[in-house]
Design a protein around this ligand. Structure first.
Ligand code: C2G
Length: 142
């Protein structure tokens, strides 16, 4: 008996990535583009305002609704969701049936525990640009 044809959905490789993506800049765009290039479908978890407040002690410049709207509008992005907690990565990877987890290398080694359920890839950060540096630059401009 011939093999069953593979369903297109089953053959798709899903990539998942996470971030705050506040004051969206080219470093964010490049990591998203490079993540998308590793698969067929890109899902992005955008961190919640409450998560930022808890972990970084400040609210992002742009609200979670605005950050979601910006990331969802990008051509390489297929789906977005709110990342409510850093501790829920395993649940999100499973929920979105991700084959690959991609993060910038500022997170290198931090998510190796998920090797049992997906590939884990750390991409080099784009040098010399960050949300923090942009906020400082804008704040000091007269
Ligand atoms: N990034 C990059 N180059 C830069 C700046 C950021 O490649 N110059 C990448 C980061 O490595 C990350 C993504 O862009 O993969 C989003 O960066 P942030 O918005 O700073 O996200 P962060 O607050 O680190 O994510 O589960 C993770 C959390 O959502 C927090």
């Amino acid at each position: 008996m011939p093999d069953q044809p593979i369903e297109p959905a089953a053959a798709r490789r899903t990539v998942i990535t996470f971030g705050t993506f506040d004051v969206f800049h080219v470093g964010h765009l490049r990591v998203i583009e490079r993540a998308a290039a590793l698969g067929d479908r890109l899902v992005v978890g955008v961190s919640a305002d409450a998560l930022n407040l808890r972990k970084k002690g400040r609210e992002p410049v742009f609200s979670q609704a605005e950050r979601l709207e910006i990331v969802a509008a990008l051509k390489p992005v297929d789906e977005v969701f709110v990342e409510e907690s850093l501790e829920l990565k395993r649940d999100y990877i499973t929920r979105y049936a991700a084959d690959v987890l991609v993060m910038g290398d500022d997170w290198a080694g931090r998510f190796d525990e998920f090797h049992d359920i997906c590939e884990v890839v750390y991409l080099p950060r784009t040098p010399a640009i960050s949300t923090t540096a942009l906020i400082e630059k804008i704040s000091s401009a007269t």
